[in-house]
Design a protein around this ligand. Structure first.
Ligand code: GLU
Length: 418
């Protein structure tokens, strides 16, 4: 019996399900579901009071058949070897689904960054950069932001790498600040692809976006920006949550105002424009048209899935549904827009950033957003085509069929060596 809470097992099941429909051999499936290497390291860092602390850290390089390993760095107490392996695997199929020339990687440090000062975070980040330096490179493995990391951490990573290598290499990491070689539109990119795929899903289902109620679980970068962009399209954001709880207003919340409140107080609970406060679990099962899990893995398991009433789920987080939940939704009318498509905007604009760094020619925000839209709309259409032509059980499986075929073409083109 697979462990529903192990994200790596959930990832492997997702890939296997699609690979079996493609009738790939067991040995090939093993290759497609196994990371090439995982660096596990311990960072010993001096804290502000002079004491030492050691942090567990990882970088998983899953597969580079289609291009350099690419993926974020996560700072969270739940970071484990299994989680990083799963997240790096999802990056492989995400980059293939959206069709950018990257493989997949992911890294993380197992700690709660909220408990450390800025100077401590800088030392931890620089120690991490030093530890992964031998295995990363502009054409080899390119880190980016993920949960609890952003421009500040990416700037430190770049500076550490460039200093130690005695060179300028802005393309070594993406998600940097604009003055450090970042791209316009990168901060909004994940939320933007969530909005775009939600819009495409509404069109696919003949649903009017202006007549669509939305609940968002998680009000960080992806969730808050997706809420704002969907509100701009006329959807009604009726509920949002974070670790403090959920807030609800049947007439719709103002996502900008909620974000201002959260920036001031650190939480959404207590927001005065809400009619009601709910638990996080109540938000996931409430009566809405569109549900956006935008927090962490395993938000919806088999038990909770039975009570979900949304018509569409757009996965802003990586791996928010367990395999058990997927089985429940495969037998229901609920359409899932999978993470490897819905949140691919982040890595796609990371790719645009890397291209701009290499060309030393910078794009306008309009150009970034319109290039992103083309890739997202095309990938959505390819998913729908694969769903119909392969008679796939779910849209997740359909997106994996497209992605796996792309990875396999690259593998077959180069062959296995030795
Ligand atoms: N953390 C992002 C993701 O899960 C992407 C990181 C990057 O831009 O490399 O897709």
């Amino acid at each position: 019996m697979p462990d529903e809470t192990n994200p790596f097992e959930n990832f492997q099941t997702q890939v296997k399900t699609a690979a079996e429909r493609l009738e790939l051999d067991d040995g090939v499936i093993e290759y497609l579901t196994t990371p090439e290497r995982v660096l596990e390291t311990n960072l010993t860092v001096e804290l502000d009071d002079g004491s030492l602390e050691t942090f567990e850290a990882y970088r998983s390089q899953f597969n580079d058949a289609r291009g350099p390993y690419k993926g974020g760095i996560r700072y969270h107490p739940w970071v484990t070897r299994e989680e990083v392996k799963a997240l790096s695997g999802w990056m492989v199929y995400k980059c293939a689904a959206i069709n950018i020339p990257y493989g997949g990687g992911k890294g993380g440090i197992s700690f709660d960054p909220g408990e450390y000062s800025e100077t401590e975070l800088e030392r931890i980040t620089r120690a991490y950069a030093e530890a992964i330096r031998p295995i990363i490179g502009v054409d080899r493995d390119i880190p980016g932001p993920d949960v609890n990391t952003g421009q500040r951490e990416m700037n430190w990573l770049k500076d550490t790498y460039e200093t130690l290598e005695n060179t300028g290499a802005p393309g070594i990491v993406t998600g940097k600040g604009l003055e450090s070689g970042g791209s316009e539109g990168r901060v909004e990119a994940t939320g933007r692809s969530v909005m775009l795929t939600a819009r495409e899903a509404c069109e696919y289902l003949d649903r009017d976006i202006e007549d669509t109620s939305v609940a968002v679980q998680g009000y960080g970068n992806a969730g808050s920006i997706a809420a704002r962009l969907l509100d701009d399209l006329g959807a009604r954001i009726v509920a949002v949550s974070d670790s403090s709880g959920a807030i609800y207003n049947s007439d719709g919340l103002d996502p900008r105002d909620v974000l201002d409140f959260k920036s001031e107080t650190g939480q959404v609970a207590g927001y005065s424009g809400a009619d009601e406060e709910l638990s996080g679990e109540e938000l996931l099962t409430m009566d809405v048209d569109l549900l956006i899990p935008a927090a962490l893995e395993n938000a919806i398991d088999r038990r909770l899935a039975e009570d979900v009433s949304a018509e569409v789920i757009v996965e802003a987080a990586n791996g928010p549904l367990t395999t058990g939940a997927d089985e429940v939704f495969a037998d229901s009318e609920t359409v899932i827009v999978p993470d490897i498509l819905a949140n691919a905007g982040g890595v796609t604009v990371s790719y645009f950033e890397w291209v701009q760094n290499r060309q030393q020619f910078y794009w306008s925000e309009e150009k970034v957003n319109s290039e992103l839209e083309v890739l997202v709309v095309d990938a959505f259409a390819e998913m729908v085509d694969a769903y119909e032509s392969h008679d796939a059980a779910t849209h997740r499986e359909a997106m994996y069929l497209v992605a796996i075929e792309r990875v396999m073409k690259a593998v077959e083109g180069g062959g296995f060596w030795p």
